[in-house]
Design a protein around this ligand. Structure first.
Ligand SMILES: Nc1ncnc2c1ncn2[C@@H]1O[C@H](COP(=O)(O)OP(=O)(O)O)[C@@H](O)[C@H]1O
Ligand SMILES: [Mg+2]
Length: 335
């Protein structure tokens, strides 16, 4: 066992981008007044001991947590393992990971019109673009906000060229740019701000594992990659703590709009939870799903479902909470 751990540790260390880990260790050491080398070793050690990715170590402030506290965190490697063990139906997984298929399977709850340029001729595309001021183009099988682009339809002067460019970029999906609830737009209007709600369907009922609110910061998307941030929500849908972003910056008020994040109440939240439970029940072949949920002016809508969802937990140094969601996951799913 110890041997196994050690070889795993070495393998991780070899695979890791050590200069980047060293850089992260420097920033974390500076933040918590700890020697950089100690933090660096702790990051490698935590990868082996707690199955903790380096980004996890940064996001959830492992540097200041005790062993017992660390053991309460569900890390990205652990979540991946849950997904591998639970979501074994590859076809059904694809109904989620392929955004075109998702839009077909969940057409009644996505709240937006869309088309696939592979199946649309130029006239149909032109007619579609005419109906909206903005569209979102997407690569159907990408993740993390990659390949997604907001386009003002007034800028499209040559539909044939637009179509050719979409085909070249594999941005086959063209969606109406969603109108979000005015309260959600107040937080940050450049992107649709979504919730990530993870669910587990045990075959009888749907458990809600996590509720996070993601907020964009000037970009087209609210993902970390687009400069976005997140915080956790109470069971009633109120933001509990300041949000934090990819670069480890924390925000009690939104950096661009000045809107207070702590205490922000997501409108139509109870309806959003119901929508997630209903959606989870519609795809029981995939028991563990992370849903992106937006709030339209009159109802919650689903943006997508991830069969290999990331993990969202409170950040100890800003929340004061030193307990992760692993007990919640284990109570619902088991070990
Ligand atoms: N039709 C849309 N209109 C407006 N914003 C959208 C639309 N679809 C997605 N978004 C924004 O883009 C983000 C990423 O989209 P998503 O489909 O979840 O792709 P990814 O797999 O890259 O996360 C969403 O969280 C939301 O902020
Ligand atoms: Mg998403």
């Amino acid at each position: 066992m110890a041997n196994l751990r050690f070889s795993y540790f070495l393998e991780r260390a070899r695979a890791a981008n050590l200069p980047r880990v060293w850089q992260m260790a420097g920033a974390i050491g500076h933040q918590f007044r700890k020697p950089r080398l100690n933090v660096f070793c702790d990051m490698l050690w935590s990868a082996a001991r707690y199955d903790c990715a380096f980004q996890d170590f940064q996001d959830w402030d492992f540097a200041i947590l005790s062993r017992a506290e660390r053991r309460t965190y569900i890390t990205h490697p652990m979540s991946n393992r849950y997904a591998l063990q639970l979501n074994t139906d590859k076809r059904a997984n694809r109904d989620l990971s392929d955004k075109s298929r998702f839009n077909v399977r969940f057409s009644d709850v996505i709240g937006r019109e869309w088309l696939d340029v592979r199946e649309t001729n130029e006239d149909e595309l032109a007619a579609f673009l005419n109906r909206f001021t903005d569209v979102m183009v997407k690569v159907p099988d990408s993740l993390g906000g990659k390949g997604i682009e907001r386009i003002r339809t007034a800028d499209v002067t040559d539909v044939a060229a637009f179509r050719a460019e979409r085909m070249r970029n594999r941005q086959f999906l063209v969606e109406e740019f969603l109108q979000q609830h005015p309260r959600m737009a107040e937080l940050n209007s450049s992107s649709v701000n979504t919730m990530r709600i993870a669910s587990y369907n045990d075959g009888k009922r749907v458990h809600i594992l996590c509720r996070a609110l993601r907020i964009g910061a000037g970009g087209d998307v609210d993902n970390f990659s687009g400069g976005g941030m997140y915080t956790m929500l109470s069971p009633e849908g109120t933001a509990l703590y300041p949000a934090f972003d990819d670069a480890n910056a924390t925000h009690g008020i939104h950096p661009l709009t000045g809107v207070p994040i702590v205490g922000f109440e997501v409108p139509l939240f109870a309806e959003a939870i119901e929508a997630v439970k209903a959606a989870a029940q519609r795809i029981p072949e995939v028991p563990y799903v992370g849903w992106d949920v937006a709030i339209a002016p009159d109802r919650p809508v689903l943006i997508e479902g991830n069969y290999n969802t990331g993990v969202f937990q409170a950040k100890p140094s800003v929340s004061g909470l030193r307990r992760g969601l692993l007990p919640v996951y284990r109570a619902a799913i088991g070990h």
